[in-house]
Design a protein around this ligand. Sequence first.
Ligand SMILES: Nc1nc2c(ncn2[C@@H]2O[C@H](COP(=O)(O)OP(=O)(O)OP(=O)(O)O)[C@@H](O)[C@H]2O)c(=O)[nH]1
Ligand SMILES: [Zn+2]
Length: 356
Amino acid sequence: MTLILRQWGWNPEWNERFEPWRRQGCTPGRVALEHKHLYTVYTEHGELLAEVAGKLRYEAAGRAEYPAVGDWVALSVRPEEGRATIRGILPRFSKFSRKVAGSVTEEQIVATNMNTVFIVTSLNQDFNVRRVERYLVLAWESGANPVVLLSKADLSDRIEEAVSAVESVAVGVPIHVISSLENKGLDALAPYVGEGQTVALLGSSGVGKSTLINRLAGADVQATGDIRLDDGRGKHTTTHRELIALPGGGLLIDTPGMRELQLWDADDGLGASFQDVEQFAAQCRFPDCRHDREPGCAVRTALSDGSLDRARYQSYVKLQKELAYFARKEDKALQAAEKNKWKKIHQANKKRHIRT
Ligand SMILES: Nc1nc2c(ncn2[C@@H]2O[C@H](COP(=O)(O)OP(=O)(O)OP(=O)(O)O)[C@@H](O)[C@H]2O)c(=O)[nH]1
Ligand SMILES: [Zn+2]
C-alpha cells in the first residue's frame, strides 16, 4: 500500500500527520493536476478524479485554502467510479503562490511541498545575474532549497564568468552547468531528484525547462518550445500531468502558474537572498537609516570602499521597492473593501430608518 504512495513522495512523517484522517476512514492522495473544478490525484487505488467536499469549500477563507498541485490530501474514495472527494489538505511545508487580480487580490497557490527549486537560467546571450537574484528571492520565500542550473552550456564559451557571477549573488547555493541538448551535467542532478524528493522549476520562458524535464523523465512528458502549439500547456502530450514521477523515484512540479510568479509578500525571501546587504544595513548608526545622507551609514561606506557591489545593492533596492508597491496596492484594496462594507451597512441602516 504505502509502496505505491512512496513513489509520489509519501514518507513516515506524512503518514503520521495523516493519522487523524485515517481514523475518519480517509485515504491519502497527492494532487497531480488541477482542472476547472476537479483534481487528478494519485492514490493507492491509482489515479482518481476528485472534487472538493462542500464543507472544505465552505470553510475555505480564500483560494489559498483550496488544493494545489503537490498537496497531500485526505480523500473519501470511490475507486470503482474512479472518483474521490477531497476532505482536507495536509499542512504544506513549502509553497509557491501568486496574486490573482479580482475585486480583491487573492493568493493562489501554484505548487506545494517541494524540497528543492531549480532556478534555470540559460547561458546564451540572455544570461542575466539580476534575474537570478529575483528568482532566488522567490525560491527562499517558498521554503524550498534553491539550486541554480545554468542551462544551454553548449551555446556559451563564457561559462566560468557566468558561474562566478552567480556565485557572488547566490552564496551557499549549489550551481550546476548543464546542457540538455548534449546530455551534459545532468547526472549531477540525481541527488535532488532521488526517491521521495520533489523539485519545482523556476525560470523565464525558453531557458529549457521543458527540455530538461523530458530529459530527467526519460520521455517526452512536456511539450517544448519547438513543438508547442499556442495552448501553452502542452495538451498534445497525451498524459499531461503537472506532478511528474521520474524513473529515479523523484518528482517534478511544472505548472503554468510557476511561469507567472510575481514578487510579493517576500520580505523573508529578500532577507535570505540579500544577507550581505542587510548585514551592512544592520551596522548603520540609525536603525531606520535610508542609506541616503544619514551620518554613520554602513551601507554607503561599504559601497564606496567596494565591499558591497553597487549593481547588487541597486538590485536589492529595486526588489524592495517592488515589494513595497505590492504591499501598498494590497492596503488600498483592503481599504476599498472596508469602505465598501461600511457604505453598505450605512445604506442598510438608512433604509431601515426610513421604513420605521
Ligand atoms: N542549444 C540548446 N538548446 C536548448 C537546450 N535546452 C533546450 N533548448 C532549446 O531551447 C528552446 C526552449 O526550450 P523549452 O524547454 O521549451 O523552454 P522552457 O523553459 O520550457 O520554455 P517555456 O515553456 O516557455 O517556459 C527549445 O528550442 C529547445 O530545444 C540546450 O541544452 N541547448
Ligand atoms: Zn545606512
